[in-house]
Design a binder for this molecule. Structure first.
Ligand code: AMP
Length: 605
């Protein structure tokens, strides 16, 4: 394997790389750097995120750009602000010993005047997001007439994000003579079209097989239903006490909901999506980098610029709409020589998406069972024991307390002492998972309308329906509003024209009847009447029993239920939790919280 000097890089650059701890080039650097230095041919590079691609295109540009000429000679386009900033900072580090070389980073959401002033002072290299770059070209603050290199970094992502028009506009105002360097992890049709339209006979280099994922990532899938998706996620987190990962969701709403639930349940989690202000995003990313946040719940776009090398897991809460994006997600782990696991939670319908992904990544997904409570307890316990084994004892600090501690514990044998201390840390966990269900039994159908989802559910008739503008969310809100119990689980819901059916956990049968009887709620002015029904399997319908009188009372939605069973929640509730989620989470109290016995920083700290 060659060194950076072998690649032809000059001394000031090598010195900066040594300062950064880069000892030898990565595969893509080894292939791209000499190619760009020695040839003006365009270059198409297949490179995953985390392969060292930033240095692969920046170093040759730094090598060749004229530091005594203040004109902009290279424009590097990147899909997100975060990635642009990261590239800009990397180039500053690489050019530490090239005193006249200047890089300016431009992106939306920041003061444009300041960026214009920085450009006016002169920068040989400009890094920008497509939208802001176009804006600055239009304002004549950014002049691309002397451009020698255009870099399209994460080209697939830029196109995914809808920057086609901006790319066209930018490329049109660059000189014909420029060298175009296109870096992409995947090469869907749209990227190939850009290559065809704007590049001349590009040389291809690759850090691995085209579109293929990293060898350091193993891929696992867990079968879930909508009811078990969230509990399965929690169990995976509980099984891995040192988990440090990104949970990918498809929408902002899904992201916020999963993050809210995890925070409520006591995990070190936070969300990252487009609804957050830039300051909030920076703060979340800062906490994640420092590992104050262990689980980052994010949309694909928001997570793009995140530069973290040591993630243990990537979890696909839901698979991306475009399967090519799976590569981007899983590529967040297994970086810089580390190993990583990419997990997918799939229901029966989603399973069909696994094969096409396998064809892209050229690897098989390993079917993995959702861990049982016992397995989790065992793992957590062993993790604790390992910590005890490895903890450094600071004798001088504890010495003065030891005599009275020894005295207090005098009568205990070694075995008793071990048992007590293990129980102290372990009891909460053990009791939390004591009656934990087997989440691998997928036989109960998701939200199975028209059917009893389980023998453990009681079915109720309610005298309101579609004509009263009732929907499942409103019905859940109405049930939750009756204060039946934090752990109540709501099963199948059938909304019919003038009446409806719903199921609740059998254990809550009496309480549900009692609550509706004594509260006498109304729904939009209509008295609500709830009766228990008998399941009639032969006819598919339900027979009512024990009609009870109900009167009027103020209705409303908003209270949530808590159970490992997860499931539907009403929208008002979701909104209220979203809006106050950044306030003190300690004040949240939930019986479903993660047992905070051990295994991770507690939120209280
Ligand atoms: P990138 O793919 O450019 O985002 O780089 C991924 C990570 O690898 C970054 O943290 C880089 O600082 C690091 N890196 C890049 N090239 C090297 C190298 N040759 N040796 C060590 N680390 C590197």
């Amino acid at each position: 394997m060659s060194t950076f000097t072998d690649l032809g890089l000059k001394e000031p650059i090598n010195k900066a790389l040594t300062d950064l701890g880069y000892q030898k080039p990565t595969v893509i650097q080894e292939k791209a750097i000499p190619q760009i230095i020695s040839s003006t041919d365009d270059l198409k590079a297949f490179a995953q995120t985390g392969t060292g691609k930033t240095a692969a295109f920046s170093l040759p540009i730094l090598q060749l750009a004229d530091a005594d000429n203040k004109n902009t000679q290279a424009i590097i386009l990147s899909p997100t602000r975060e990635l642009a900033v990261q590239i800009g900072n990397n180039i500053k580090d690489f050019s530490k010993y090239l005193p006249n070389m200047k890089v300016v980073t431009v992106y939306g959401g920041a003061n444009i005047e300041e960026q214009m002033r920085a450009l006016k002072r002169g920068a040989q290299i400009v890094v920008g997001t497509p939208g802001r770059t176009v804006d600055l070209i239009n304002r004549r603050a950014l002049k691309l007439g002397n451009i020698e290199w255009v870099v399209l970094d994460e080209a697939d992502e830029m196109l995914n994000m809808g920057f086609k028009e901006e790319l066209d506009n930018i490329l049109e105002v660059t000189p014909e003579t420029k060298q175009t360097l296109l870096f992409s992890a995947t090469f869907p049709r749209e990227v190939e079209a850009i290559a065809r339209n704007y590049m001349t006979k590009p040389v291809e280099v690759t850090s691995g097989e085209k579109n293929q994922g990293s060898d350091n990532v193993s891929h696992e899938y867990y079968g879930v239903t909508e009811r078990t998706r969230y509990p399965a996620l929690k169990r995976i987190a509980d099984l891995n006490p040192d988990i440090y990962g990104i949970i990918f969701c498809r929408t902002r709403r899904e992201t916020q909901e999963v993050a809210d639930n995890l925070i409520r349940d006591g995990y070190n989690a936070d969300s990252l999506h487009g609804d957050l202000s830039q300051a909030q995003r920076d703060s979340v990313m800062g906490k994640f980098r420092k590992k104050t946040v262990q689980l980052l719940v994010a949309t694909d776009v928001a997570a793009r610029g995140l530069d973290v090398d040591n993630l243990t897991h990537v979890i696909n809460h839901k698979l991306p709409d475009q399967i090519e994006n799976y590569n981007h997600r899983s590529g967040r782990t297994g970086r810089a020589g580390n190993k990583g696991i990419s997990i997918v939670l799939v229901n029966n319908k989603e399973k069909g998406k696994l094969r096409p992904i396998e064809r892209i990544i050229k690897k098989k997904f390993v079917e993995t069972k959702v861990p049982s409570g016992k397995e989790i307890c065992q793992n957590q316990l062993m993790h604790l024991i390992d910590k005890v084994q490895n903890i450094e004892v600071n004798k001088s600090q504890i010495e003065e307390f030891l005599p009275s501690i020894y005295e207090k514990l005098e009568g205990l044998t070694r075995e008793e002492l071990i048992q007590k201390f293990v129980s102290l840390e372990f009891n909460t966990f053990l009791s939390y998972y004591e009656n934990a269900k087997d989440l691998n039994d997928l036989s109960s159908r998701d939200n199975s309308r028209g059917r009893s989802s389980s023998e453990n559910m009681s079915r109720f008739f309610i005298n309101i329906g579609r004509k009263d503008k009732l929907n499942p969310a409103k019905l859940i809100g109405l049930i939750n509003d009756q204060n039946i119990g934090d752990k109540i689980e709501i099963g199948a819901i059938d909304i019919l024209d003038t009446f409806s059916f719903f199921e609740v956990d059998k254990a809550f049968e009496e309480k549900t009847l009692e609550a509706f009887t004594s509260n006498q709620p109304d729904f939009d002015g209509r008295s609500v009447n709830v009766e228990i029904t008998k399941k009639d399997r032969s006819g598919g319908g339900s027979k009512r029993r024990g009609k009870k009188p109900f009167g009027k009372k103020e209705g409303g939605f908003g209270r949530r239920r808590n159970s490992e069973g997860g499931g539907r929640r009403n929208d008002d509730d979701r909104r209220s939790r979203s809006s106050d989620r950044r306030s003190d989470n300690k004040s949240r109290n939930s019986s479903d919280r993660k047992p905070s016995g051990f295994g991770r920083k507690r939120r209280e700290r």
